[in-house]
Write a protein that binds this ligand. Sequence first.
Ligand code: FES
Ligand SMILES: [Fe+2]
Length: 392
Amino acid sequence: MSSATKSDEHIELELTADFTTSESDEAQEAALQDSEDKENYVSPYGKTYTKNMWYFAVAGHKLKRGQTVGKQILDQPVLVGRDRQGNVFAMRDICPHQAVPLSAGHFDGKEVECAFHGWRFDTSGVCTAVPSLCSDQKMNLCGIKTRSYQCREVMGSVWVYIGDSEQAELPEVPHAPGLDGFKLGQTTTTLLLPTHIDYAVAALIDTAHVPYVHTSWWWRSKKALKEKSKKYVPSGTGWTMVKHQPSKHSIVFKLIGQYLETEISFRLPGCRREYITLFDRTIISGITTLTPIDDKHTELNHTTYWTVPGITWLVAPIVGYFVKTFLMQDQTLALLQEQVINKYNPRLIMTIKDAGTPGHWYFMCKKEWNDAYVQGRQFVNPIKEKILRWRT
Ligand code: FES
Ligand SMILES: [Fe+2]
């Protein structure tokens, strides 16, 4: 990670690419063309994180009352837990006494006890007991504290806010769309990707790899590429590919495709969201989230929701099989990519239009998000409505 300075609060990284948050469609085109042509162009991949943002930490059902789990998020050790009352919390996973991970200690549902000398901390990270003190040895325990993080559970997923928690208004926690008012079943699949989050996002929002990577008898073959044309509009901290009928490449969609519609969207820091409706009623929805572990590893979590919760026993294993098969196909490519990136560190990554345009939009949104924070202003979505065309 070149020219990086790190502190407890932020991970500061330099953005070397010259992407502009252009006003006009033509300017966006020009910036994209520039990124292809400039001889001295430096790839923006792998150099920055989206800061001051919520990151998926763990699926809620994997964190029972009285449990904690040690995670690494954006290079920071974070202890995530659920207390006796069911509330989630997060704190820096380092004991302020002598730097032992608190995740190695014991949590009784109320306080975390360090494994080394038994100091105890409440769920906001404040020390409550130092067992070695004699009765006449007084210490101001309230002054001993490990950093706490904002932590929320939304739609069964636990998110941690990495950044400036003193901000007056924290951003919305990303969540799967189209599910308001439904009773839900859900399952989460977790996968490790060996690359910086930027490469993982690019693959997540890339449509051109689908016929080559996601081939199987039950989904599609790489034969018969067809031209596609989709309308994109700016939304939230990203964009939405507006509602449309899913492609008829797969067996499932061939059979009932004319009654189905899908809407796909992207949100910072790396969330692909999609929901499918049948006769206008949401039947399934999903959110794929990317959480940087460090600058070379990213955790992917895909949570699928369905609106017929009573049949979870049937749906969960089927969904789990399909999702895992898909994600492992992506993971195989990420492993190949990682070998090249780590060995040769190629400077130029080509972004072609229109298939590569969302990849370019991601960098624009990320830059705008980080710039807006530094300048103390609201995020202004830099994406303009656009029709993108590609063959898939
Ligand atoms: S290192 Fe944690 S109590 Fe000493
Ligand atoms: Fe993929």
